[in-house]
Design a protein around this ligand. Sequence first.
Ligand code: SF4
Length: 231
Amino acid sequence: MKGNAPEVRVRRPTPQQGLFNKPTVVNNVETLANLPFIMQRGGKAFAAIGAQIFRHQIAFIDGHFHRPGIYEADMGTPLAAVIHELGGGFRKPVKAMHIGGPLGGLVPVSKIDALTVDFDSFAREGFLLGHASIVCIPEDFPLIQYLEHLFEFTAHESCGKCFPCRLGSTRGFEMLHKARTGDYKVDRTLMDDLLETLEIGSLCALGGGLPLPVKNALKYFENELSPYFQK
Ligand code: SF4
């Protein structure tokens, strides 16, 4: 509509500029679906729901819970209540949960009691609530393979517009794959540099979001991952 090449560009500043750089708002289906309630009962009644001004869907999308499915919980609900009361607890030993989508945070089970289901709580602890889906990583699943998959996923989904994501995701996948399947060790400084480059140099949340779960894994599962890295 503006006559430019149809390519991703840097989205700055926020709040967003819309067409022809005019002020704009972004409404998703959830926002619009909440409007009838607010119009009928007022803003105070809406604000009284949950710890923040809206409710949030929780999706248990894997079978490691006794009751997998999609649930809705008030914002501010303890994560432990979501896992044990709604989800019925884990069916088998789990060491971490990937919460908030493929680029969400990797939450070790030791952090369950420190978290409530709201954006602030997750951000404070260095995670990301995102859309609150929960994928479990069983005790016996190698984390190195999980990280390899995250890089592979990003490489597959990358639109190729910017270097950090297009090249970085593929190089990261190659390094982790070699380390998992051979006697190659990933240079930790190189990996840290790659994560920083992805984080600050990617044009959108795909490349920019990949470092978070990788950093969480390197921080909380150092013992398991250290055999694959060299300082
Ligand atoms: S981060 Fe990846 S998906 Fe996003 S614009 Fe850059 S290459 Fe494309």
